[in-house]
Each structure stands twice: as structure tokens, then as C-alpha cells.
Design a protein around this ligand. Structure first.
Ligand SMILES: Cc1cc2nc3c(=O)[nH]c(=O)nc-3n(C[C@H](O)[C@H](O)[C@H](O)COP(=O)(O)OP(=O)(O)OC[C@H]3O[C@@H](n4cnc5c(N)ncnc54)[C@H](O)[C@@H]3O)c2cc1C
Length: 418
């Protein structure tokens, strides 16, 4: 496609003066989603199985390396570009977009985001050498990375040190612990785990969080537990167990102590779950328009658009979608290290708006389209279930976003009540 021409579709993030790279990546994602992922989505949902076929397509298109820098033979997408493309994929398959986000984040956090985190010269040099290894695995071998942080404790919410520990030993680390809800379990080649450095008698401290890649083939590593959830079933997010798992020093995805600084410097790193759900909101809206116009392939061409109540509902859905797109786009375009207070508040508001809004739009879509629209052979009931999961995801669940916004509005850093 001509990289300077506008896309011949409205991207899930809405209209914008996209760069040539954004235009071509959006077109690629749209084409893959429409022609390949949409038709397969029911299968992953029905079986609660991982979308391996979609990953073959993502790999062939170079999209596993979307955030690997061009100097390392990746596609070199920045934060905003990735967020736009993620939403386009989510429009066609939520589970693919969400798992792809876990993989991409492993390269984005170590790549473009790490470039904005303060490090000593020694740390910067160490990081530059080590991340090349991970980038090469992704680009040359098509390796997939997972991002298992959650443990069922207060750690993934950022309120306590991770219970999974890493003890320094000769040439590497010994990892012990357990993770829950690990999307891509059984599909990933590497698991990017957050652990707390085990410093013997010292009290565990979140500042000692270590971000390390555990190869799936490691001795002492195992996957367990059932997976039969309401939505996002294709993410296959089972439990991981680490029992004296040895990983070499080169598996560190960030130098010691840098992850903690990164989380404080770059709050937008936690916004990367939102594009999937903006995509799902678009999907619910797209379906509703087609359904009311009697244009859903394979369905009787019954038109329902002439009823004023349906027109009002579609208008309400469009208004909410435009609100979601606007705040999302503004938040991704202004994302940067050490954002100003207003930018941070907007980021929280964007997360809340997208995560709660996606399910709101899906709910309205089912109410408006009616009973026949929620049959299993149509995508709407899956979109409704998938979209419910967004506001449950740590560290920025809808509840925790409200907590943060309220507190950070009323208290400046360091302020306390007597
Ligand atoms: C489809 C899906 C895929 C996922 N994939 C991954 C993955 O790949 N990697 C990963 O690390 N995690 C993943 N998660 C897990 C997710 O991020 C959360 O960790 C998980 O949903 C938490 O569930 P819980 O019931 O243990 O929450 P709990 O910790 O029991 O919390 C329940 C609710 O209480 C609130 N809450 C929690 N802590 C606090 C607090 N300190 N103060 C106030 N309120 C609080 C939050 O709103 C939270 O939603 C996934 C989740 C889903 C649904």
C-alpha cells in the first residue's frame, strides 16, 4: 500500500494524522485481523485454546518484533504506534491482542521505555548487551515472551514486594515461587517474571524487584491449574511454579533495581492492556451497525435500523466510542517518562474510560440488537464476555484507578493528615 495514502478504513483509535509507519502497520493489522483472526476467534473461545495459528501470521508479518528497534532488525514502533496497532488487532480477536500485548511489552519495556529510565553508565551498557539477546530471539527465532506478574497477593497492584524470589548464585539466579493468571502459559518460549531479590536476612523490598526471563524448558519450571474462565479464554492464563529454577545472568531483562524505577518513571507502561479493549468496543459497535442494517454475512437480511430507539442507541454507542478514542489517543500521544500531574490523571482516566466503556458498549450492543444477536455463532456474546475482563486487570483495575485518582487529587506527594 502507498504509505502516504490514508487508510481505507477508520482505525479502531479513530482518525488521526498518522505517520507513514503508523498507516502501514495499521493497514497490516487490519488486513490480518479481518481476513484471518476474525474467523478463527470462535475456535479459541470455544476450546479455551491458544491462538497458535494467529501467532504464525504475526510472526510471518514481523509483528512479533513490532517494538524491537530497527537497528536490531525489528519494526521499530514507538509506544503510541504499538498502542494504535494493538487496538486494531483487538477489534478482531481479543485474546490474540491481549496475549500479543504481553509479548510486545517484554520488548517495549526493555526497548523504548527502558531508554527513558535513569540508569548508571554501567547499567546502561549491561542492558544494551543483554537486550540484544532477547531481541534476536524474537526477530531471528520468532520466540514468544509471556509476562506473568500476578501472584494473587497485593504485589501485582504495586502494594507489596513480589513473593516470587530470585537468589544470586554463581553465573545467575535461582528463582522460586508461583504466578497465577499467566497468559500464554504453555505457548511462550520465555516467561518474563517479576521477582524480589532474596537477600538472605534482609526484609523483602519492592525496590529490589528483578525482571528476568525464564526459558520454558528450564528444569524446575512447571504449569498447572484449570483454565475455564468467562472471557478471554484464548489467553490460556494458567499458574506457573518455579522450584529452584536456575537462570543465567543474561536472562535479566533489566539491570538490578531498574524495574522499580521504571514503574515510577513510566506510568504509561501499565496502560498497554487498554488497546485490546478499545478494539473490542469497536467490534461491538461495528457489529451493531452491520446487524441493524441487515448486513451481517450469513444472517437473514432483516433490517432493524428504522426504529427510532435503535437509532438513539447507536448514537449513544458512537458518542461513547468517540469519547474513548479521544482520550485514548491523547493519552498515548502524550505518554512520556515523568508525566506532569494532569497527564498522569488523564492516563488513569483513559484507562478507566476504556476498560469500563468497552463492556458498556458491548452491553448496549446486545440490548439493541436483541436476542438473536447473542447466539454463539455470532461474535457479540464473546465480545461481551471478553470485554468484561478489562477492568479486572492489575495493576490498574477500575477500582484501583479510582483509588489512585482520588488520593492523588486530594494529597500532594508526601502530604499526610495529622
Ligand atoms: C484474561 C486475563 C488475563 C490475564 N493475564 C495476566 C498475565 O498475563 N500476567 C499477569 O501478571 N496477570 C494476568 N492477569 C491477572 C490480572 O492482572 C489480575 O492479577 C487478576 O485478575 C487479579 O485477580 P484476583 O482475583 O487475584 O484479584 P485480587 O488481588 O483478589 O483483587 C480483587 C480486586 O480487588 C481490588 N484490589 C486489589 N488489590 C487492592 C488494593 N491493594 N487496594 C484496593 N483494591 C485492591 C482490585 O480492583 C481487584 O480487581 C490476567 C487476568 C485476566 C482476567
Amino acid at each position: 500500500m502507498d504509505a502516504n495514502a490514508g487508510p481505507d478504513f477508520t482505525p479502531a483509535v479513530g482518525d488521526h494524522a498518522f505517520t507513514p509507519k503508523q498507516r502501514s502497520l495499521l493497514a497490516l493489522a487490519h488486513q490480518l485481523g479481518r481476513d484471518r483472526f476474525a474467523a478463527r476467534a470462535a475456535q479459541w473461545d470455544e476450546e479455551a485454546s491458544f491462538p497458535f495459528a494467529n501467532y504464525e501470521d504475526l510472526r510471518a508479518a514481523g509483528l512479533l518484533g513490532i517494538c524491537v528497534p530497527e537497528s536490531e532488525s525489528g519494526l521499530g514502533a514507538d509506544f503510541a504506534t504499538y498502542m494504535m496497532v494493538g487496538a486494531e488487532i483487538g477489534r478482531f480477536c481479543g485474546a490474540t491482542a491481549l496475549t500479543w500485548n504481553m509479548h510486545v511489552s517484554s520488548t517495549m519495556w526493555t526497548g523504548v521505555l527502558a531508554d527513558g529510565i535513569p540508569m548508571t553508565e554501567t547499567q546502561r551498557a549491561e542492558h544494551a548487551t543483554r537486550r540484544k539477546l532477547h531481541f534476536r530471539r524474537v526477530v531471528n527465532d520468532g520466540a514468544i515472551y509471556a509476562q506473568p506478574f500476578s501472584e494473587g497477593s497485593a504485589a501485582a497492584a504495586g502494594k507489596a514486594p513480589f513473593g516470587t524470589t530470585a537468589r544470586k548464585v554463581d553465573g545467575g539466579w535461582l528463582v522460586n515461587g508461583r504466578k497465577i493468571f499467566a497468559s500464554l502459559s504453555g505457548a511462550a518460549d520465555y516467561y518474563g517474571v517479576l521477582c524480589t531479590e532474596d537477600k538472605g536476612d534482609e526484609k523483602p523490598d519492592a525496590r529490589d524487584t528483578l525482571y528476568v526471563a525464564v526459558p520454558a524448558t528450564s528444569e524446575g519450571f512447571s504449569i498447572s491449574g484449570d483454565w475455564n474462565p468467562l472471557g478471554m479464554r484464548g489467553t490460556v492464563s494458567r499458574n506457573l511454579l518455579f522450584k529452584d529454577v536456575f537462570v543465567g545472568d543474561d536472562e535479566q531483562l533489566m539491570p538490578r533495581g531498574v524495574y522499580f524505577k521504571g514503574a515510577q518513571t513510566w506510568p504509561a507502561m501499565f496502560f498497554t492492556l487498554a488497546p485490546t479493549y478499545l478494539g473490542l468496543a469497536n467490534a461491538a459497535y461495528d457489529f451493531t451497525v452491520r446487524y441493524l442494517r441487515g448486513e451481517v454475512p450469513g444472517e437473514p437480511p432483516v433490517k432493524r435500523r428504522m426504529y427510532p430507539t435503535k437509532q438513539v442507541a447507536v448514537a449513544q454507542m458512537r458518542i461513547q466510542l468517540e469519547q474513548m478514542r479521544s482520550i485514548f489517543l491523547r493519552a498515548v500521544l502524550e505518554a512520556r517518562p515523568n508525566p506532569a500531574k494532569d497527564e498522569r490523571m488523564r492516563l488513569y482516566a483513559a484507562q478507566y474510560t476504556v476498560m469500563e466503556g468497552a463492556n458498556d458498549i458491548a452491553r448496549l450492543a446486545i440490548r439493541t440488537c436483541g436476542g438473536q444477536s447473542m447466539m454463539k455463532h455470532l461474535p457479540l456474546e464473546r465480545i461481551y464476555r471478553d470485554s468484561r475482563c478489562g477492568s479486572l486487570m492489575l495493576p490498574w483495575t477500575a477500582e484501583l484507578v479510582l483509588d489512585r485518582m482520588g488520593r492523588e487529587t486530594l494529597y500532594e506527594p508526601g502530604e499526610k493528615d495529622e
